[in-house]
Design a protein. Structure first.
Length: 557
């Protein structure tokens, strides 16, 4: 269905990737993985024809293959309703039907004109193709699965929340009757229920899919092949199996490379030592030679030493020398010098949160967050999780009850939409505003968070979502926060950054309350679960109880 052949993309003197080749066959689910900035989105846009390659080609078979593309940040047109946004093909159908009438009139006037007949046939074929793709009966199941069933069809799509727009965009792609799906971060802003619904939908999808995602559980459950970008070589390699299979294959290959490299280092050291010793012996024999026979032996020894040096040179010039495995440069998260706080970090007492008095999103919340806990706050999109966090932070007044922080608690807050960052500031200025550091210390500190060179001067408004997330984490680390309130903290982080963040959470001695939908992250991070359900928030003692409830009910899905 899709053949990518020797694709290369350069912007000026900067090469994004080069000589990338792979195929996507009918029925395959291919995961496209790699760190942010390696070219995954660019490659998808090449497949759609939005971006031209510097070299190489993309081929779709058949040529009129229906491609459904979900980009990041797809926005409805001003005034466009939910129904119009979901079914853009209806507008094209109306235009084609009008064109077909014009072709029919032209045929009546010029019945023997082959150009008119050809135009009529092509228009009719396009109408038939779009009509097959338009299946209004399937909309209910898709909208229900993505938690959009309660949104009226005439609702202006522009007033929906960011998460609802993401799910609406996904519904539009799925309802378009695609034969090849190109999904760029489809799991962003999906709650666990929507994620699992999409996994089931993809399992029954008869076409093929090329998926960019940082959700490792989602990739494990959906893909049967992985194409991984390597930012060091600017190339991509294909691996059979899901994400876990890919990681195992990479680790195995890396271990093999290390073993071969160590053997090679030992052999080079042996050859150098042997050549040095032979040369030293030859020089010693030449100094001590007093007769013709001794001088001849000294010359032979010198010749032998030269031969061994040549042998070492040939070895070092071999094309199959094993390179030393590189160490990937990952985000360094170290939370140090946390201020000591009390045993009880946060009390929620008969708390009700929302925006309309008398109609709380969540109410009667009586919970205590204790020191050292790492709580994952779960629940469907739109149930009030972010509103609860904003109420805890004092951005929204409680509708009832109160929020009470413990003694000596310093809170770090990461908002879902990253609106707490000043768009006009740059990373260096933002850090110097909260930390007593010199410019040199601040730049070194930001380097740990992957801000190198002049990147520290880039305005926040020009940073990617992932770069903003890294900056917010850096600011929390610098402030020494002992309570982190995080709203989707890893939503825009690539897999290496997510894994580094998990390591930091494991070492972090403070307390964490985080809204997160990455099941892989929850399984490794959470020491307890709060679930927004039934108009309130319920606490589950541990992960075992959480898993038990998930197995018995669908309340948190």
């Amino acid at each position: 269905m899709l053949t990518v052949n020797q694709l290369t993309k350069r912007y000026g003197d900067v090469t994004i990737f080069q000589n990338v080749s792979f195929t996507v066959n009918p029925g395959e689910r291919v995961g496209l993985v790699g760190p942010n900035g390696c070219g995954k989105t660019t490659l998808l846009r090449m497949v759609t024809g939005e971006v031209a390659p510097t070299a190489g080609s993309v081929a779709l078979v058949p040529g009129d293959l229906r491609v459904g593309y979900l980009p990041q940040g797809l926005e409805p047109a001003p005034g466009e309703t939910l129904h119009d946004f979901l079914y853009p093909q209806l507008r094209e159908l109306a235009a084609l039907e009008a064109a077909l009438e014009q072709h029919a009139l032209a045929m009546a006037e010029s019945p023997g004109d082959p150009a008119v007949w050809d135009a009529y046939s092509k228009t009719l074929a396009r109408i038939e193709r779009l009509s097959r793709a338009y299946q209004p009966g399937s909309a209910e199941a898709v909208l229900a699965g993505l938690d959009l069933a309660d949104v009226a069809p005439d609702t202006p799509a522009g007033i929906l929340s960011g998460g609802q727009k993401t799910r609406l965009s996904l519904a539009r792609v799925l309802l378009g009757g695609p034969e090849l799906l190109l999904l760029d971060e489809p799991t962003n802003h999906l709650d666990i229920g929507a994620l699992e619904w999409l996994e089931v939908w993809l399992a029954g999808f008869p076409g093929a899919a090329l998926i960019v995602s940082h959700d490792r559980t989602f990739l494990d459950r959906t893909v049967n092949r992985v194409v991984a970008f390597d930012p060091e070589t600017l190339s991509a390699s294909s691996y059979t199996g899901n994400y876990t299979d890919y990681v195992a294959a990479v680790i195995k290959a890396r271990d093999k490379q290390w073993a071969e490299y160590r053997d090679q280092v030992v052999e080079i050291a042996r050859l150098r030592r042997d050549a040095r010793q032979t040369m030293a012996n030859a020089q010693h024999a030449e100094r001590d030679s007093t007769s013709d026979s001794a001088r001849r032996l000294a010359k032979k020894a010198a010749k032998k030493a030269k031969a061994k040096e040549k042998r070492l040179e040939r070895y070092l010039e071999r094309a199959d020398l094993v390179e030393k495995p590189g160490c990937s440069w990952q985000m360094k998260l170290v939370f140090e010098d946390l201020p000591a706080g009390g045993r009880d970090v946060l009390h929620l007492e008969r708390l009700a949160v929302g925006y309309a008095p008398g109609a709380p999103l969540l109410g009667d919340i009586n919970l205590t967050l204790r020191a050292g806990e790492r709580i994952a706050l779960l629940g469907p999109n739109g149930c009030g999780k972010s509103t609860l966090l904003r109420t805890i932070m004092g951005e929204i007044a409680p509708l009832a009850g109160r929020v009470r922080a413990g003694a000596n608690i310093h809170i770090g807050y990461q908002a879902q939409e990253q609106e707490t960052l000043d768009p006009e500031a740059n990373a260096l200025a933002a850090l110097l505003a909260v930390a007593a550091m010199s410019h040199t210390e601040a730049r070194k500190f930001l380097h740990y968070f992957l801000f190198a060179g002049d990147e520290v001067f880039t305005p926040v408004a020009a940073l990617s979502y992932g770069e903003r997330a890294r900056l917010m984490l850096a600011l929390m680390v610098a402030r020494g926060c002992n309570l982190l309130v995080l709203d989707e903290p890893i939503n825009h982080l690539d897999v290496p950054a997510r894994e580094r963040f998990e390591q930091a959470m494991a070492a972090y001695e403070g307390t964490v309350l985080a809204v997160v939908h990455d099941r892989y992250f929850v399984d490794r991070f959470a020491t307890g679960i709060w679930v927004a359900e039934g108009g309130t928030v319920t606490r589950y003692i541990d992960r075992a109880e959480y898993q038990k409830v998930r197995a018995v009910t669908d309340v948190i899905l």
